[in-house]
Design a protein around this ligand. Structure first.
Ligand SMILES: [Zn+2]
Length: 322
């Protein structure tokens, strides 16, 4: 990718989750090499760095994926930036997927010229990022910005084990779980018919949206609960963080559009603190599913000349070791 966001080449491959971390790193290096080799030679020679977006938690300063639920039990404390940097002979920089997406929207999308915003991505799970003064807010451990795990209730256990998190109401996986239960209990003729047709386990978030569209009350209630949780959470984000914009991306948000954003705008207008609510805009993200690729460019370029990202964490704070 070049400075203006033009994508020169891309490659993708299957992630060999069952084969362990060495095989996953090898697959990443192969995909990187394939996309480099697909670029014209003058571009190939001008590549300066690699940006890496990974599910969290990660340690961005050391370039280490601490653990991630979807890569198998062996994939933890993986020094992915060092390994891929060595494989490619280039400096490599890592951050959590929500943070990288926020950098993408700030460089090329809905947060251009907006140094104070929060980013939310609503798809299988709910990710987030906080940008303040044009910089990602990481906290001392690099774990800040997990806005999808903000509590909005005292019920409902989240996939992460926490209680009442936004993701437990709004995430695609969580809503699909609720829908499968409703189908099994016979509380929705639409979902029950679908379970008979294609199997209970294959009911997903898109089916719930289809059900709502066709007038199914249970599907409507599941989505309405998610939208309500989102609206309540936005009030909290506005009151706590005073963002200029709340940029919302991800497949569910892209599909729901105004149905998700309008109730949140109304809730914020009615109940958030007066000063921050008069400033904030809640807007759709602009970059779609490739937002992570877009974000890797500003990620790598902004850190290339910054010693804090080449050595160790920039603060003296060390929570574990004291
Ligand atoms: Zn959670």
């Amino acid at each position: 990718m070049t400075d203006d966001g033009t994508r020169i080449a891309r490659a993708q491959g299957h992630t060999p989750v069952a084969d362990g971390s060495a095989a996953i790193l090898r697959a990443c290096a192969e995909a990187l090499a394939a996309s480099r080799d697909a670029a014209p030679v003058e571009i190939r020679d001008a590549i300066v760095a690699i940006g890496i977006s990974s599910p969290g938690p990660v340690d961005p300063w050391r370039g280490v994926v601490v653990e991630t639920p979807n890569m198998g039990p062996e994939f933890h404390d993986v020094p992915i930036a060092t390994e891929l940097g060595r494989a490619m002979g280039l400096p490599a920089f890592l951050d959590r997927d929500g943070n990288v997406a926020a950098l993408g929207e700030m460089a090329f999308g809905a947060a251009r010229d907006c140094p104070d915003f929060i980013y939310l991505t609503v798809s299988t799970g709910v990710g987030g990022a906080i940008v303040s003064g044009g910089k990602l807010f990481h906290g001392p451990d690099g774990t800040a910005g997990e806005l999808g795990h903000t509590p909005v209730s005292m019920e409902e256990v989240c996939a992460c084990g926490g209680v009442g998190h936004l993701e437990a109401f709004l995430g695609g996986a969580a809503m699909a779980r609720t829908a499968r239960q409703a189908a099994a209990d016979g509380r929705s003729s639409f979902l029950t018919a679908l379970a008979t047709e294609k199997g209970l386990s294959s009911i997903d978030a898109r089916d719930i949206a289809d059900g709502e569209e066709s007038g199914d009350e249970t599907c409507h209630a599941i989505l309405e609960r998610g939208r309500r949780a989102f609206a309540i959470a936005c009030v909290g984000f506005v009151d706590a963080l005073n963002p200029t914009r709340i940029v919302v991306g991800g497949s569910i948000s892209d599909a729901q559009g105004a149905r998700l954003l309008v109730p949140a705008r109304e809730q914020v207008a009615a109940t958030a603190f007066r000063t921050p609510r008069s400033r904030v805009q809640i807007v759709q993200a602009e970059l779609g599913p490739d937002v992570g690729l877009a974000g890797c460019h500003p990620l790598a370029i902004s850190r290339l000349g910054d010693p804090a990202w080449r050595s160790d964490r920039p603060t003296s704070t060390s929570a574990q070791n004291g």
